[in-house]
Design a binder for this molecule. Structure first.
Ligand SMILES: C[S@@+](CC[C@H](N)C(=O)[O-])C[C@H]1O[C@@H](n2cnc3c(N)ncnc32)[C@H](O)[C@@H]1O
Length: 249
């Protein structure tokens, strides 16, 4: 990402919240839908946030496969990977949910974790498997939905989920699955965001404060903090939350 654009985003983030909201409301009402149609063309479902509740699993997979055919970068940055690695502490088994093209899963495998990467998109996993082969690491790649994970209770020490919780259809089911499967910790990185009807992504879940995320998981021992991702060179620029939930006694 160019430094001009980073500067623009940073300057915008310094505006009072009310001004930012007003500008965004004008953009949403007058330009956003048309701009997205012009930029992405027919493969992108500009009305995703109106439609996603009625989508079947097949339609969901197809949409993400199509998205991954048109995208070349993931969202996770080296700095995110470092934060997540720190949150995992001891080595063990990791289920990386919403693994995408595999960057975090591969990084964790390189650090000595035993990693399974799950994603709805076969296209993403095909690219992830190629990248793992290139890097010479072994990751068990599985197609699946975060809402119905095909794994036994307490079968992984850690669950990591980076820039994906904001994409799921049914947040309550995903949270229940994470708590069922993780033995030690759940680590989630996701954007701090207000709902906007039109945007360049298929986001469905919106969190504006760390408390909302902590409440969604309902674990008594956790850490949730805001982190600044504005300088990210990849897709995501903004603020994010890093949530670390502790399981067990
Ligand atoms: C923005 S990408 C993030 C990928 C990667 N974790 C990263 O940080 O770059 C979101 C990923 O979630 C996947 N996804 C969407 N809905 C999902 C669901 N219900 N269950 C599992 N994965 C899902 C998509 O295919 C996509 O790979």
């Amino acid at each position: 990402m160019s430094s001009v654009r980073t500067t623009y985003i940073r300057l915008k983030s310094m505006l009072p919240e009310g001004v930012r909201d007003a500008l965004s409301a004008i953009n949403q009402r007058l330009f956003a839908r048309r701009t997205l149609l012009r930029k992405y063309g027919s493969w992108f479902d500009v009305d995703w946030r109106k439609n996603f509740q009625n989508m079947s699993q097949q339609e969901w997979k197809r949409a993400y496969d199509e998205a991954w055919k048109h995208r070349n970068n993931d969202c996770v940055e080296e700095t995110d990977a470092e934060l997540i690695l720190k949150a995992l502490a001891e080595k063990g088994t990791v289920l990386e949910v919403g693994a995408g093209i595999g960057t975090l899963a591969i990084r964790l495998a390189q650090e000595g974790f035993t990693v399974t990467g799950v994603d709805v998109s076969a296209e993403a996993l095909r690219r992830a498997a190629e990248a793992a082969r290139r890097e010479g690491v072994i990751v068990d790649w599985r197609e699946g939905f975060a809402e119905t994970l095909p794994f036994a209770d307490k079968s992984f020490d850690y669950i990591t989920c980076c820039h994906t919780l904001e994409h799921v259809k049914d947040l309550a089911s995903v949270v229940a699955e994470f708590k069922r499967i993780a033995l030690k910790r759940i680590v989630v990185l996701m954007p701090k965001q207000k709902f906007r009807l039109y945007a360049e992504n298929y986001h469905t879940q919106f969190f504006e404060s760390p408390d909302q995320l902590a409440d969604a998981f309902g674990l008594s021992r956790y850490d949730c903090r805001e982190i600044d991702c504005i300088d990210h060179k990849n897709e995501f620029q903004g603020k994010a939350f890093l949530y670390i939930g502790e399981l067990g006694n």
